[in-house]
Design a protein around this ligand. Structure first.
Ligand SMILES: C[S@@+](CC[C@H](N)C(=O)[O-])C[C@H]1O[C@@H](n2cnc3c(N)ncnc32)[C@H](O)[C@@H]1O
Length: 291
């Protein structure tokens, strides 16, 4: 019997199956050692991105990260022979990402702009020629990516500090490091109202869908979180539901567990308060058009 053709990735059957387990641990030492961790308050590890890239693309594939931060996706792309495009609002983080990208062998692109514009041809016009040269296909003025992976702001989480303990937030503030991405009103991390935030984020992903090839995948890394009033906001679940309503096909989740993060003493000895040491990698698919 002939084996069906693998159109998605370059993995062996064994590697494919291994990836489908719904949880994984990633405590990359590089993540903690790397200087950009100092420059950006909420990075994800390159090793984690690399695993997703190898599953959802083939070598040479084109990848978008609409909230690129310090450029972890671009580094992972270059190391795995994929072409990455990172969009980042903050000039400071876009520079960190561009500096990292400039040392890489495979061309990577950093665009310092508001990701909400991604679905308009104007957004891409200036870079189109260079992106096409790197092998990225355009259709009706928009690039067509093989895969999108990103981690958006977790609502206003960075702006808030909880409890009387010396939290990560307070430690960063004491060292003079960023405790928010920016003061810009276009920064999604500055939206006060939770419902408005979900709406804005879903809007960005609706625009992103126009830049993704049919049948291909989007991975959004998010977390449920506790706000300063102690209320748990079900960000991962609320976003998954809103995305499904806006036309994305939800394919399931992989849970990224962090095993070496220190535990905070939150509710002891009165009330159960979780230490959130896991993130949801929500996996969506762009439906193919029915013929
Ligand atoms: C969770 S961080 C991404 C971190 C990145 N994954 C990394 O490893 O460095 C979210 C990023 O979204 C950016 N951001 C917020 N609003 C934006 C917008 N409207 N357009 C583009 N980027 C935005 C923030 O500046 C921040 O760097």
């Amino acid at each position: 019997m002939r084996r069906p053709k693998n159109d998605l990735n370059d993995l062996t059957g064994k590697e494919w199956i291994k990836f489908t387990r719904t949880w994984f641990v990633c405590d990359s030492p590089r993540y903690w050692r790397n200087k950009p961790t100092e420059l950006h308050p909420a990075r994800f590890p390159e090793e984690m991105v690399a695993d997703f890239l190898r599953f959802f693309t083939k070598r040479g594939g084109a990848v978008l990260d609409p909230f690129a931060g310090s450029g972890a996706t671009l580094v992972a792309c270059a190391e795995n022979e994929r072409v990455g495009v990172g969009v980042e609002l903050s000039a400071r983080y876009a520079k960190v990402a561009a500096d990292r990208a400039s040392n890489l062998l495979v061309p990577q692109f950093v665009i310092r702009r508001d990701a909400r514009g991604i679905g308009a041809a104007d957004f891409w016009r200036r870079r189109r020629a260079r992106m096409e040269e790197a092998g990225i296909v355009f259709r009706r003025g928009l690039p067509q990516f093989d895969f999108v992976i990103t981690s958006p702001p977790y609502w206003r989480m960075l702006r808030t500090s909880r409890g009387g303990v010396f939290s990560k937030h307070k430690q960063r503030a004491a060292r003079g490091l960023d405790t928010a991405y920016s003061a810009s009103p276009t920064d999604l991390g500055n939206i006060r109202d939770y419902g408005e935030f979900i709406k804005a984020l879903t809007g960005v992903f609706r625009a992103v869908r126009r830049c993704l090839k049919p049948g291909k995948y989007l991975v959004v890394v998010v977390q449920n979180l506790r706000d300063p009033e102690g209320e748990v906001r079900m960000l991962a679940w609320d976003l998954a539901r809103a995305m499904a309503r806006s036309g994305w096909q939800f394919q399931g989740e992989r849970i990224w567990c962090q095993n070496t993060k220190p535990l905070g003493i939150w509710g002891y000895p009165k009330i159960f308060v979780p230490n959130y040491h896991h993130h949801y990698c929500l996996i969506f698919r762009k439906r193919r058009k029915r013929s």
